[in-house]
Design a protein around this ligand. Structure first.
Ligand SMILES: [Zn+2]
Length: 71
């Protein structure tokens, strides 16, 4: 059984121009889950991937019963 993580990105148009948190490009959106400026859905996916990877490695130490097939 695999644990499904939330990986959907919710982007809203940025009200002010900032730099993308992932690549430093001009950000046209804000990722509302992280409240981070983001330039594209691709960078949002990367941000989610980083977040999920961090969560997984953190939970791995806490929960011995977490599935290990995703590590
Ligand atoms: Zn970007």
């Amino acid at each position: 059984m695999r644990v499904s993580h939330r990986t959907e990105s919710i982007l809203i148009p940025a009200s002010e121009s900032k730099m993308c948190s992932m690549c430093g490009d001009h950000a046209h959106y804000v990722e509302i889950s992280f409240e981070s400026p983001i330039c594209s859905i691709d960078c949002a996916k990367q941000m989610w991937k980083l977040y999920v990877d961090t969560q997984v490695s953190r939970q791995y130490k806490i929960s011995e019963f977490m599935p290990k097939d995703q590590v």
